[in-house]
Design a protein around this ligand. Structure first.
Ligand SMILES: [Zn+2]
Length: 474
């Protein structure tokens, strides 16, 4: 056997993307100015300089990426695609503070969510509006997301399957409520914990690993104030048994901790620590109101955090004002970026990256904080870690899924500087994302989704929303 000949023969792969500026986001932040990626069976086989990859690999299909950035897809670590039908209903009187503003009207928020227990939206409405929502995410460069929980998770999963995006779906898990007029009476049950856990088991059996592992299931403790100790521990055990993540909105508004002390004797994170809910599979969402002791508990348990700067700021929660996000990052907590889109607006990760940088620099009065690439790392590899997808996505490296973006940097915005990847993060536009691949398949081509008929979906979603508004007055 002539080993030299074997070694020099190009290996066959399915696709080679070449000639672009490849930003890998690997541990060394490796960038190839004239880079290429070889892809086989939906997985990255090799990344390197174009000349080297073209010498070592051959493919029947190629994509010329000259004058384009090749980036890992954004991972939205917190979104609610299933909440899309309610987007319009969250419009509010601009003269009034939101229910989350000025510290938050916590009993009112609790009652709003607990009143949804046992209800469902029409499955078809959720499927079609989620499909429309996911098209928007995909076109703006989000290739993977973690659901924060809502009604009809199977309809969301079907939409994920159809659109070709990657994501974890979650149910909304709540078993307790309060009477806002009689808070001294404490909480009362509105659902059976065992029954909720049984529905969670069914969801895992039906969807976890579906669509060639594009769909996973993530557990949910919707808000600790709305969940009994029994339910919190049951969800933790179930998810550990299945080796899946679980999440919870936590320390989300200023007034949350006081009511948690009144109802449960402990602040939110201290209670979750005592219940042993904190841990490497736990994603805590928002987290603006945590003290140093609690941050230490997050570090020790490798708890992950999803930060949602735009939703937080729009709602007037004041999360950046406490410095907690920076403090957690400085202490070594993995913090990803999410949008919390779905409830009030449609999430966009490029805007969320920029908002993260702007808000925290302003709060710290220090523009040396948050280099753009750090925020980009939060939105890719760190978000993948905190969404429990880091075994497949978040970086462009051998063995990772070929989920990536091609960004056109030939236009006038990029005439002034030779670091187009930084310009894209600093002042680019989602319309410059021309091509999106997931599992090595093109799902967005020339800015259009090719997996489903967008015009038809939009028409169907508008029709479904008309019926929904007429029926529910939303
Ligand atoms: Zn949320």
């Amino acid at each position: 056997m002539n080993t030299l000949d074997t070694a020099s023969a190009p290996q066959p792969v399915d696709l080679i993307i070449y000639g672009g500026q490849v930003v890998t986001m690997d541990a060394n932040d490796q960038i190839y100015t004239d880079g290429a990626i070889a892809i086989k069976d939906g997985t990255i086989t090799a990344v390197g300089p174009t000349a080297q990859i073209r010498e070592q690999y051959m493919a029947s299909k190629t994509i010329d990426a000259h004058k384009q950035l090749v980036l890992p897809g954004f991972v939205d670590s917190h979104a609610h695609p299933g909440m899309a039908p309610l987007i319009g209903s969250f419009k509010q009187d601009p003269s009034q503070p939101s229910i989350y503003a000025r510290g938050g009207n916590v009993p009112y928020i609790m009652t709003g969510f607990s009143s949804m227990v046992g209800r469902s939206l029409p499955e078809e409405l959720t499927r079609i509006t989620s499909t429309s929502y996911l098209i928007t995410m995909l076109k703006s460069g989000t290739t993977c997301f973690a659901d924060g929980g809502w009604l009809n998770p199977s309809a969301v999963a079907q939409a994920v399957k159809d659109v070709g995006i990657r994501g974890s779906i979650a149910p909304m898990i709540i078993d307790t409520a309060v009477d806002p007029a009689n808070l001294d009476q404490g909480t009362h049950r509105v659902a059976d914990a065992d029954e909720l856990l049984a529905t969670m088991e069914t969801l895992v059996a039906q969807w976890h690993g579906a669509a060639n592992d594009r769909i996973r299931v993530i557990g949910n403790i919707f808000w600790p104030l709305l969940c009994s100790d029994e339910l919190c521990k049951g969800m933790r055990d179930l998810c550990n048994r299945h080796n899946i993540g679980y999440n919870s909105h936590a320390a989300a508004v200023l007034n949350e901790n006081d009511l948690s002390v009144q109802l449960f004797g402990k602040r939110t994170i201290a209670r979750l620590a005592e219940l042993e809910v904190l841990g490497p599979r736990f994603q805590a969402i928002h987290m603006g109101f945590v003290n140093d002791e609690e941050i230490q508990q997050l570090v020790e348990t490798d708890t992950k955090v999803a930060h949602n700067p735009l939703q937080n700021a729009f709602a007037g929660k004041g999360i950046t004002t406490t410095g907690a996000i920076l403090n957690m990052m400085d202490a070594g907590v993995t913090v990803g970026i999410g949008t919390d889109g779905g409830g009030g607006f449609i999430g966009n990760m490029l805007e969320s990256i920029r908002t993260t940088v702007a808000l925290h620099r302003d709060m710290a009065m220090d523009n040396s904080r948050f280099p753009l690439m750090q925020a980009f790392a939060m939105a890719t590899r760190d978000s993948a870690r905190c969404s429990f997808w880091d075994d497949r996505v978040g970086t462009l490296e051998n063995g990772m899924a070929a989920d990536l973006l091609l960004v056109d940097v030939s236009n006038s915005r990029y005439a002034f500087d030779d670091t187009p990847h930084l310009w894209f993060l600093y002042s680019g536009h989602e319309g410059e994302i021309k091509t999106v691949l997931i599992d090595g398949e093109v799902v967005v081509e020339d800015g259009r989704v090719v997996t489903v008929d967008e015009e038809q979906i939009v028409a169907q979603a508008q029709e479904a929303m008309q019926g929904f508004r007429a029926q529910f007055g939303a």
